[in-house]
Write a protein that binds this ligand. Sequence first.
Ligand SMILES: [Zn+2]
Length: 297
Amino acid sequence: MRLSRSVFVLLLVVASCGLATARTCSGNDLWFAGYSTPVFAAAANSFETHNGPLTMSIVKTPTDGGIKEDFPFRFKARFEKWKAELLSTDIGREQWEKFAQNKQFVLTIEISDQRGRGAGTDNFEWDNKGNFVGATIMLGADLEDGFPDPVYYPVLNSLASEPAVYTINGRIVAATKITHELGHVNQVAAANMQAVQLQNKLIPLYNSIFLKNGLKTTDQRLLELEKQMGGTPVVIWESREYWSEVNAMLYLNERISGEEFYCHVFKKIKSNLDSYAREYGKRFAEQAGPRNIPCWK
Ligand SMILES: [Zn+2]
């Protein structure tokens, strides 16, 4: 049986998430680099990244919110360097300050060795009036290294250095990954709680029917769920990733515009999109176009 890309990824998503609870199957971006072929890179990354339900909870509205750095002191120095890279751009500063100054929202930043070169965003919180009031970004201690696959991470992937031609500072890589994660928080902030709850409820149901029906995405029940959720679980997940990649691209456009490798990076982003995500190219082009990125062709 030949599987389409979306069915193939969905299978891996189901294999990793199964019918698990939100606790064991949640969040975005638990990826690792190092896979050699695009299809398996996507699959392997999906295996880690998956599109399971986001972890949601209802909490009291915070009154002393802002950004909470919740990590061991030994990570402090490197985090300050990543943050300085982020804050050296208007886009990074605006997004950071928006959270830093919001007393009714807690953005928690964690750093751990276990995350390695990856990152993730989860533990989304709302208050009982439905206001979005908290999220956690989890960063790997080795965030300066590692480039996820080009299929779902066309922007982060473009930062791999070409040793003979140019080298990109790891701090820029780390800051770009943080911008990608901020993109996830921004997206949930823009969604409403009911929509996220509905997706959380229906995704496991969709996966369970899909596994039992012989992997037929044309099943009427699945089409109905798709309509209610606004897409298949894979489409919902990949759309989240590509929006976060748009955020990463906008940061890069500002941060590296004066660097000799600017065009190398943006040509690679464009080529990754053309090769693996043609249907999302318009989303990126709409953001890139008005900014007159000179090498966007
Ligand atoms: Zn992501």
